[in-house]
Design a protein around this ligand. Structure first.
Ligand code: K1U
Ligand code: ZN
Length: 169
């Protein structure tokens, strides 16, 4: 297993639209293991392949307290969304230190392939539903701060670029 380097906002590669995974083979199983290790190490509850510069439709999630209930979704598709929505506080490993509210469906149903390439359907609510929507946005090239006002987004962009310049020194 390996820790994978993350892309940070406003890196334009985060705006790439991911392509479907064509086969759940050794390469994909290795990528899943590496993404899980990277997510756990970063203390995240989710990670999309886009964030590690792989532009294929694959996400990993674990919202459990014990950090022992990994969910792997390959080629996820939203098949149902609840009529109710809520504004939830979100963070992102690609935008460290920034938290803000985003409106999301309260519950979703997703069809996907699991880590073994088997078709599965997941019904989610609460934090799992929020996290699935956040990660599926990454696969569409959308970062949560892009839902915020242009003023807030530009402030965050400047703050991130400054932090990245200082890190590089
Ligand atoms: O995609 C990512 O960058 C991971 C992200 C997932 C996420 C967190 C919160 C709401 C929606 C999606 C994170 O794991 S950020 C770090 C984190 O663990 C966290 C932040 C806020 C609330 C709960 C967890
Ligand atoms: Zn994110």
């Amino acid at each position: 297993m390996a820790l994978l380097p993350l892309l940070f906002f406003p890196d334009p590669r985060l705006n790439t639209v991911a392509k479907p995974v064509t086969a759940v083979d050794h390469r994909i199983r290795t990528l899943v293991a590496d993404m899980l290790q990277t997510m756990y190490e970063a203390k995240g509850i989710g990670l999309a392949a886009t964030q590690v510069d792989v532009h294929e439709r694959l996400i990993v999630i674990d919202v459990s307290e014990q950090r022992d209930q990994a969910v792997v979704l390959i080629n996820p598709q939203l098949v149902w969304t609840s009529p109710e929505t809520h504004r939830n506080e979100e963070g992102c490993l690609s935008v460290p230190g920034i938290y803000d509210g985003v409106e999301r469906f309260d519950a979703v149903t997703v069809s996907a392939l699991d880590a073994d390439g088997k078709a599965c359907v997941i019904q989610a609510d609460g934090l799992l539903a929020v996290c699935i929507q956040h990660e599926m946005d990454h696969l569409m090239g959308k970062v949560f701060v892009e839902y915020l006002s242009p003023l807030k987004r530009n402030r965050i962009k400047k703050k991130m670029l400054k932090a990245q310049r200082e890190e590089a020194r």
